[in-house]
Design a protein around this ligand. Structure first.
Ligand code: ADP
Ligand code: MG
Length: 326
């Protein structure tokens, strides 16, 4: 930021400066310094959240701090990387100490939980936007990539799908929910739990992985695209929370499950011989892992992802995943 004001330094010092233990050098210099351990690759990703676009401008700042980091952690999880360091670029319309305190609390609490150090960033005045960059480590050659799926692989998904998107649909009054139902679903929307431990445990087990940020069909489609294959999944197998299950006859709910984003679960593929290992992993992590379909050959003109309904025929997909420019 140009034109340094005392308050900018004060903001950084008070809200965003914590001692770096793992980094060689953290906040306070022109750049942070980290050391790449021998035999490891650095996984690097960034995600930006813009006020009015990805969240309401009056969104709860503590949840926003959590979510801004969570979506980045989710990308590292999908690579099988161990999260290490993050930087944070913030544009703020005004300096609001309460907002900053709550935001940094949400961000730093999740960072601590995952052993991530905040080692730098940028702070400027402007329309509210939060951009996080995160770096993690993965043993060389062992990252879970989108292009690793093979013919005949099982397709798996963690947790349950559709909760976050259905919460958003309720906020937009596209579906009526009871107060309790809303509260259950909104937790998934506002405070997603990135599947970091799962991602790391899937190294050497899964052949490909992606996190569900744009919707199951769209994200699985990315895996198929990159792997040169196609996928078939059975709608009835997709894991649902009790609330979503109770609404699934409504198109808005099925749409949330297949095409709603923001769940931050992992979708991954693995060979059939891995089924027992994955079941053990599910018990160890106390995380539901469900086999929903399989990777097939791509036919010319055929769709990337086919969803089979209860009658065994393909379900017509209402809308592809979220596309900011679509
Ligand atoms: P420069 O002018 O070199 O970019 P800044 O004054 O922008 O330096 O930042 C000073 C230090 O504070 C740098 O180490 C930078 O990485 C860090 N920093 C700035 N904003 C944030 C933030 N929101 N969170 C964490 N660190 C920050
Ligand atoms: Mg700067």
């Amino acid at each position: 930021m140009t034109g340094k004001s005392l308050s900018e330094f004060e903001i950084i010092r008070r809200y965003f400066t914590r001692r770096a233990r793992r980094a060689v050098l953290g906040v306070g210099d022109d750049a942070a310094l980290v050391r790449a351990p021998r035999g490891r690759e650095i996984a690097l990703t960034t995600d930006m959240l813009v006020g009015g676009r990805h969240f309401f401008a009056d969104a709860d700042p503590e949840r926003l701090g959590h979510k801004a980091l969570a979506v980045n952690l989710s990308d590292l999880a999908a690579m099988g990387a161990a999260p290490r360091w993050a930087t944070l670029a913030l544009a703020l319309p005004r300096v609001d100490a309460r907002w900053l305190a709550a935001f940094s609390r949400g961000f730093l609490r999740l960072a601590r939980r995952h052993g991530v150090e905040l080692i730098g960033g940028d702070t400027t005045r402007g329309p509210l936007a939060v951009c996080v960059q995160i770096a993690g480590e993965v043993p060389a050659g062992r990252a879970l990539r989108r292009d690793g799926a093979r013919m005949g692989d099982d397709i798996w998904v963690s947790g349950t799908l559709g909760d976050a998107a259905l919460a958003l649909a309720a906020l937009k009054r596209k579906i009526a929910l009871s107060g309790r139902e809303r509260a259950l679903l909104e937790r998934r929307l506002h405070a997603p739990a990135p599947r970091v431990a799962l991602g790391m445990a899937l190294r050497g087990v899964a052949r490909s992985a992606i996190d569900v940020s744009d919707g199951l069909v769209a994200d699985l489609g990315h895996v198929c695209e990159r792997s040169g294959l196609a996928a078939v999944i059975e709608a009835a197998r997709i894991p649902l929370s009790p609330v979503v299950k109770s609404k699934i006859k409504q198109p808005v709910a099925m749409n949330a499950v297949l095409s709603g984003g923001d769940d931050y679960e992992l979708v991954f593929t693995a060979g059939r011989t891995r089924r027992r290992a994955i079941a053990r992993l599910s018990r160890r992590l106390r995380l539901r892992l469900t086999r929903i379909g399989r990777i097939i050959r791509r036919r010319r003109g055929g769709s990337l992802v086919t969803v089979l309904g209860d009658d065994g025929g393909p379900v017509r997909l209402p809308r592809a995943g979220f596309d900011h420019f679509g």
